[in-house]
Design a protein around this ligand. Structure first.
Ligand code: ASP
Length: 356
């Protein structure tokens, strides 16, 4: 990765990390397909960067990529850039493709333990080189948010967020929901943390405060021996067996119905029970984007509890998969992982405390 000193002017110091995505793409005249271009070309399309009263530097992936090619080792690369430059900057803006942006934002929220500075992830639906691009607005406002300070002089948004089409969303609560509208991201179970209109209106009561006793501890090791199985009426036993017998498998996310319901067929429940005996963690998340899993509400989820399945509450798929990869990447026992899956580590899940 090469660093590129952009301009030195005023108080806040912001580092832009360019990984690729539509925001930095141009149409290949031969194939008509969109391809990424380099940071040097990118910044020519945003002369507005010079007008910020901030010191803005940029670092680029050696080869910017379409985020459909994103892998956990590249999350590690992003994490390392942030950790290596942490002391020198007040905030970070990560330019990323929209397709897997919610996975990256979720993963980074766990990997950057003790984060006390903004990491704002953004991109666009139309390339920055196009007249009607949404990229400029997204980039410029993300920089503004990354530089914002509260009344106490500390960063206003010390967490990993996605900023897109006027909304600032907690990264690990977000999913891509629209493949062509500018309003591409949604945080179904947590309101937006800020809204950008004439003013940027922050909802400070929703924004996590940094823990002053913690320092940044980056985690690089993720275990991606996880799998996701979406249930549907008519799902075949052989298909379930194929997934459940994947060599090296350590965790499965079940996408169930409604409030976390699954078929009561004995063959299905029996297979879940056997996974439990093999210490494979199974997490129940719902196919509904809004609302939470309530295990035991219906008989059809009661048998999941008996088979040792964990409730995924109101987490997004992106969040639960990356949280599992993160926890499995540590030397935790199964009991510790279960406890941490039932704990909100960085505001990724709503867990109602039982009434006293
Ligand atoms: N395929 C692109 C990517 O994720 C889509 C985008 O950026 O909007 O990199």
């Amino acid at each position: 990765m090469q660093a590129d000193n952009h301009c030195a002017c005023a108080p806040a110091r912001i580092l832009i990390i360019y990984t690729g995505g539509t925001i930095g793409m141009i149409e290949n005249p031969k194939t008509g397909a969109l391809e990424n271009f380099e940071w040097a070309q990118f910044k020519q399309h945003v002369p507005e960067l010079e007008r910020f009263p901030y010191h803005i530097d940029a670092i680029s992936f050696d080869t910017p990529i379409d985020s459909s090619d994103m892998e956990p080792n590249q999350w590690g690369e992003m994490c390392r850039v942030i950790a290596d430059n942490y002391a020198n900057y007040d905030g970070f803006v990560l330019l990323h493709g929209t397709d897997t942006m919610a996975f990256t934002a979720s993963a980074l929220s766990f990997m950057l333990e003790g984060l006390a500075k903004p990491v704002i992830v953004t991109g666009s639906q139309l390339p920055i080189s196009q007249l009607r691009t949404d990229g400029k607005e997204n980039l410029l406002t993300s920089i503004e948010i990354a530089a914002a300070r509260g009344g106490d002089g500390l960063p206003r948004v010390p967490e990993v967020c996605i900023f897109f089409e006027n909304k600032l969303l907690r990264g690990n609560r977000t999913s891509k929901v629209n493949s062509e509208g500018f309003n591409a991201f949604h945080s179904p179970n947590l309101p937006s943390l800020a809204h950008a209109g004439i003013h940027i209106k922050y909802r400070d009561h929703l924004i996590r405060r940094a823990d002053p006793t913690q320092t940044l501890t980056p985690h690089y090791h993720l275990d991606s021996n996880v799998m996701c199985l979406t249930l549907f009426p008519g799902i075949q036993r052989e298909a379930v067996d194929a997934v459940f017998s994947i060599p090296g498998l350590r965790a499965i996310v079940l996408k169930t119905y409604g409030s976390g319901n699954a078929p009561q067929k004995p063959w299905f429940v029996e297979r879940l029970r056997r996974l439990n005996e093999r210490d494979i963690i199974v997490v129940n998340t719902t196919q509904c984007s809004l609302g939470t899993v309530e295990m035991g509400r219906y008989e059809t989820s009661l048998q999941l509890i008996k088979a040792g399945v964990l409730g995924g509450y109101d987490t997004t798929l992106e969040c639960v998969l990356t949280k599992l990869m993160y926890l499995l990447g540590h030397d935790y026992t199964t009991e510790q992982i279960i406890r941490l899956m039932n704990t909100s580590l960085v505001g990724e899940v709503t867990i109602e405390q039982p009434q006293a």
